[in-house]
Design a protein around this ligand. Structure first.
Ligand code: MG
Length: 159
C-alpha cells in the first residue's frame, strides 16, 4: 500500500540565533527562532513522514512545552518519525522538500543537508530531495522575517 504525507513549517528569523537548516549550521546574520534548534526543513519533513503513516504531527511527539526538547537537534525528530514508520513495518520510499528563504544562498549546503536528513531517516541520500527558492521579496519570507518549508513523503505500508 502506497501512502503519501505532506508537511509544512515556518519559523521566525531572529538575531542571536544560529541558522540550522537540514542539520547544517549556515553562517548568517539571523537564525531561526524556536524551542528546538528550529530547523524548519527537518520539521516539515518530519510532519510529512508522520502524515504518511497517519501518526499526527511533530507537536504531538515533541511538545514545545517539554523542556527536554529545548534546543534539541531536530535530527532526533526525524529519527523518531523513522522509528514510527518501522513500527508499522513500513518502508520510507522518499522525501522531497522545498525551502522558502530570501537569503542566504542555500545551494552550496544542499548536499550536506541531504546527507544529514538521509542519515536520520535511514534512507539513501538520493531518496531525499531539497530545493530552495526565494519569495521574490514578497511576504514574510521575502522580507526576511522568517523561513518556510514544504515537504512530502512516500511510504510503503503492508496491505
Ligand atoms: Mg517547527
Amino acid at each position: 500500500m502506497n501512502r503519501v504525507g505532506i508537511g509544512y513549517d515556518v519559523h521566525r528569523l531572529k538575531k542571536g540565533r544560529a541558522l540550522i537548516l537540514g542539520g547544517v549550521e549556515i553562517p548568517h546574520n539571523t537564525g531561526l527562532d524556536g524551542h528546538s534548534d528550529a530547523d524548519v526543513l527537518m520539521h516539515a519533513i518530519c510532519d510529512a513522514v508522520l502524515g504518511a503513516i497517519g501518526e499526527g504531527d511533530i507537536g504531538q511527539f515533541f511538545p514545545n512545552t517539554d523542556p527536554q526538547w529545548r534546543d534539541a537537534p531536530s535530527k532526533v525528530f526525524l529519527e523518531e518519525a523513522a522509528r514510527q514508520v518501522a513500527k508499522q513495518n513500513g518502508k520510507l520510499v522518499n522525501v522531497d522538500s522545498m525551502l522558502i528563504a530570501e537569503e542566504p544562498k542555500i545551494g552550496p549546503h544542499i548536499e550536506a543537508m541531504k546527507t544529514n536528513i538521509a542519515s536520520a531517516l535511514g534512507i539513501p541520500a538520493d531518496s531525499v530531495g531539497i530545493k530552495a527558492t526565494t519569495n521574490e521579496t514578497m511576504g514574510f519570507a521575502g522580507r526576511g522575517e522568517g523561513m518556510a518549508a514544504h515537504a512530502v513523503a512516500s511510504v510503503q505500508l503492508p496491505d
